[in-house]
Every structure is written in C-alpha cells, then in structure tokens.
Design a protein around this ligand. Structure first.
Ligand SMILES: [Zn+2]
Length: 160
C-alpha cells in the first residue's frame, strides 16, 4: 500500500517552497487583547494581529491558485464592496502541520535559514484534511485569504 504521507513529503522536497507557519494558541490571549473591549491593538508587535499567543515554524508547501467554492464558509473576504476575492490560494501541507482556522501562513524572503521580510500574509480560513482508507490524515489542503500586513509584522518575525 502506498504511503501518501511519504509521497507528499517527497513532492514537497522536490517541488515545494518554504514558508513560515504561525500557529495560534487559543488558550492564551496576547497582551494586546483587552478583555473589556475585545479589540486587538493595531499592529501588535507580538502576535501578528491574531490576539493570541503564537508560535512559528517553517515548513515546506506548494500552493495553487484556487477558485473558492461558494459553499466554503469564511473563505471569502467580505469587504464594503462585497465579496471581492473569488480567486485565492490553496496550500498543500504535511500532516504534522495540523492547521487551524485563524492561523497564518507567511510567504517570506529568506536570509539563509532565517526569515527576513514578509511578502504575503495569508489567513487560514478552511483547513481541509485528506484522509486515507484508515481514516489517518495524509495531508492538508489549506484554503487561505490575503490578510493585511501589520507595520510591526516584519519585526515580530525576525525577533521570534
Ligand atoms: Zn498581540
């Protein structure tokens, strides 16, 4: 029987590129979050605007342009002009990334092994697990939408 996890790993090692994955820890609010107002501090220097404690890692991925199905909730950005982003990206990620809605994917320029500058900030809207016959998660398709890059995000990234 084929091991899809191994196949995906091979594909990403050959054809993938490296991104920074920002994981929220929903048990802990970031200091910028005021319990009273529920409003995050604009341009928080710690949490990339997620309002939670975050941890970052790098991982290999491959992305494709994707047309978001109407039926996927939360995948479209709603703006004052209406639904503007019908075209977005889908990321393929290994099983151990275990993405959750509200996490972030950062496309970055690398300075050797270190992330230097964020070129795109993407908000994970729908993580879709692909399961094998046994029910095991083999890999993830992750639907994202473009997010606004905060003024302090580059500094947060390099100081992490
Ligand atoms: Zn914060």
């Amino acid at each position: 029987m084929r091991d899809l996890r191994a196949d995906i790993k091979d594909i990403l090692e050959k054809y993938g590129h490296k991104v920074v994955y920002v994981r929220q820890d929903k048990r802990f609010r970031c200091d910028c979050y005021s319990e009273r107002s529920g409003e995050p501090m604009a341009d928080c220097p710690k949490c990339f605007g997620t309002t939670y404690k975050v941890s970052i890692r790098s991982c290999l991925t491959r992305r494709k342009v994707s047309v978001v199905p109407e039926t996927l909730p939360g995948a479209r950005r709603v703006s004052p002009l209406g639904n503007i982003a019908a075209t977005t990206y889908k990321y393929y990620m290994e099983h151990d990334v275990a993405p959750q809605p509200g996490d972030l994917i950062l496309e970055v320029e690398w300075d050797g092994e270190k992330p230097a500058t964020i070129t795109e900030k993407l908000y994970v809207s729908v993580p879709d697990p692909l399961r094998g016959d046994t029910g095991r998660i083999e890999f993830w398709q992750v639907y994202v939408r473009l997010d606004w890059k905060g003024d302090n995000d580059d500094a947060t990234l390099t100081e992490h």
